[in-house]
Structures are given as structure tokens and as C-alpha cells.
Design a protein around this ligand. Structure first.
Ligand code: FMN
Length: 320
């Protein structure tokens, strides 16, 4: 692909599909796999500015990336502008391409203290955060938002404009309010409105599950890119614009094995396999396995055991 789909300030982004930041999922192994299949940027799992400043022991793993993943976006959350700036400057030392501010997390512990989606209730603070961050950093600063806090406070247009006016270089929007959490339907009209309202790139997000959904969201909203979260778990081929049904069992096996190998290499044999189980459960979910078969697969303690069992169970399924 020679022509960038869009630019984040001067950074070209080659491709219009992006793996969403997902705590517990968008780690290096999954990002690298999805990048290889077509995801155009790498958003890390969000990191707490306080953890950055205090040097949380687990942070290193979250911040590690491969050169092939560029552009790499570190996503941070907090409710305090000065702490966000301090943390962002520390993160800058790790040479990410972009710093993204999370304004979408609906978790009570995050949003409840005014961070994540909690920031949507304090637009003036968002202005301050973006002004300060963009003045302090030499790399682009972007934001990921929701529609607002609840139906009475759907201020996404105001927030998107504030981001742009204060130097933000891209806005990603999940078409739900904080109150909706992950329920109900994502509102793509709002994504289209944001795209019309700002001239920085807009990434649409919410309820994209199939290749047809990707094209529908693009046509409906005119967004520059599409972010995919839940539907990418167990289905990384979506970044190659292939629906899960179109992927053969042999390809599922090969990609799953690649994913598992990446996890073992990154986390070590024991932890890697344990962490892989949440992906494995989604890789195998389209197969009609019995509860016992699923249980067996998800409790394997070595990679060979897992692969041998997968082959046996899937092959048996085919011969039925
Ligand atoms: C398990 C999980 C973890 C998530 N973690 C983050 C996160 O760290 N940062 C963020 O901006 N959004 C996070 N999200 C929200 C997603 O990025 C995305 O906005 C949301 O799931 C809607 O997209 P989808 O309909 O494609 O799932 C998370 C979502 C899930 C399901």
C-alpha cells in the first residue's frame, strides 16, 4: 500500500483498520499479529499516569513494542492535567509516535474519579489537558472519546472541537455514552457528525463485527479509519478484510499457533499459555464443541498438548 489513508500530523498511516486499545488484550503479541494481518497502527493498552510516575512494575511489559508496529500510540488516562503532562514526558523517553488520552473508559474506578469517560463531564479540563500536552510534547497528541456521559450530556461535538482547537491531531470516537457501557447500539450518526465538525482525522468505533460493517461504517460516516475491539478477539483476520467464516480450519490453526508462539515468547511458557486462554476461547467459539472438549482445550498446560488436542477435536468435528 503506497498511499497513506490519512496522516496524524506528519505521520502517515497506511491502512484504515486499527486494533482498538483493549486492556488485557491489545498487548504486544496481539498487536503484532494484527499489524501483520492489516491493522494500521498500534494502540497500547491504556496506562495510568500515576503508575507511570510511580514506576509501576508491570508497566514495562505494557510499553514494550516492536519497531514494525509503528506508528505506536501510547494511551494514558488520568484526571489531572499536570500529572498527565509529567507522565507523557516520561513516556516520551520510550519513543512512541503518538500519545493518546483516554476519554472513553467507563469503568467505575476510572470514570468515577473523573478520568477516562469521566473527563467528558469537564470539557474545560480536556481543553487544558490538550493545550498543555501539545505544548509540552514534540509528538502528536490524540484523543479517544465516547458520545458523552449519558443521554443528558451528549457533548461529543464540543469535545471533538476542543481537542482540535487545542492541538489534538486525531479523534477516535466510540459511538456510545459512558452510561451505555457496552450495551445498546453504537450511534454511527454521531461519528458522521464529528467527521463533519473537525478537520483532523476521525476514527469511527463501535459495533464493527464484519467486513460489511467496516464498509458500512466508512460509507455512513466518512471516517478516516475504523477501530475494531471485541470482534477482533479470536478473529484477527478482520484486519485483512476477511470474515471469520471465510477462514479455513487450517488457517485458524496456523494463526492461532502464531499467536500462541508470540505470547510464549513475550510472557514466557507458563504465563504465556495462561494468558492465551482468553484468546483461545474466542478462536474456538465458532466450533460446536462440547463443554468437556472446551474445558479440556482451555486447561492444557503445554503448547503441544493444546495443538494436539485442537487437531483431534477439530478433525473429529469435521468427520462427524
Ligand atoms: C476488554 C476491553 C478492554 C478495553 N480497554 C480499553 C482501553 O484500554 N482503552 C480504550 O480506549 N478503550 C478500551 N476498550 C474500549 C474499546 O477500545 C472500544 O472502544 C469498544 O470496545 C467499542 O468497540 P467494539 O464495538 O469494536 O468492541 C476496551 C474494551 C474491551 C472490551
Amino acid at each position: 500500500m503506497n498511499t497513506p489513508s490519512f496522516y496524524v500530523r506528519e505521520i502517515p498511516v497506511y491502512g484504515d483498520l486499527i486494533l482498538s486499545p483493549m486492556d488485557g488484550f491489545s498487548d504486544l503479541p496481539f498487536r503484532a499479529l494484527t499489524r501483520r494481518l492489516g491493522s494500521a497502527m498500534s494502540y497500547t493498552e491504556f496506562v495510568n499516569a500515576i503508575d507511570v510516575i510511580q514506576g509501576h512494575p508491570n508497566l514495562h511489559q505494557r510499553l514494550t513494542y516492536q519497531e514494525e508496529e509503528r506508528p505506536v500510540v501510547y494511551q494514558i488516562f488520568d484526571d489531572d492535567p499536570d500529572r498527565l503532562v509529567r507522565a507523557a514526558l516520561m513516556l516520551r523517553e520510550h519513543s512512541p509516535d503518538i500519545i493518546d488520552v483516554n476519554m472513553g473508559c467507563s469503568d467505575r474506578q476510572v470514570a468515577g474519579r473523573g478520568a477516562g469517560a469521566g473527563l467528558l463531564r469537564t470539557p474545560i479540563k480536556i481543553a487544558r489537558i490538550f493545550r498543555k500536552l501539545t505544548q509540552a510534547l514534540d509528538i502528536p497528541v490524540t484523543g479517544k472519546i465516547r458520545l458523552g456521559w449519558d443521554d443528558d450530556c451528549r457533548n461529543y461535538l464540543l469535545i471533538a472541537r476542543i481537542i482540535e482547537e487545542n492541538g489534538g491531531q486525531l479523534v477516535a470516537i466510540h459511538g456510545r455514552t459512558k452510561k451505555q457501557g457496552y450495551g445498546g447500539k453504537a450511534n454511527w450518526d454521531a461519528i458522521a457528525e464529528v467527521k463533519q465538525a473537525v478537520s483532523i482525522p476521525v476514527i469511527g468505533n463501535g459495533d464493527v463485527r464484519t467486513v460489511a460493517d467496516i464498509e458500512r461504517m466508512k460509507a455512513y460516516t466518512n471516517c478516516n479509519g475504523v477501530m475494531i475491539a471485541r470482534a477482533a478477539i479470536g478473529n484477527p483476520w478482520i484486519f485483512a478484510r476477511r470474515d471469520r467464516e471465510a477462514v479455513s480450519d487450517a488457517q485458524v490453526r496456523a494463526t492461532m499457533l502464531e499467536h500462541l508462539d508470540r505470547m510464549l515468547a513475550f510472557y514466557g511458557a507458563e504465563r504465556g499459555l495462561i494468558l492465551f486462554r482468553k484468546h483461545a476461547t474466542r478462536y474456538i467459539s465458532p466450533y460446536r464443541l462440547t463443554k468437556a472438549q472446551r474445558q479440556q482445550l482451555l486447561t492444557c498446560e503445554t503448547k503441544p498438548d493444546f495443538m494436539v488436542l485442537f487437531d483431534r477435536i477439530v478433525l473429529e468435528r469435521q468427520t462427524v
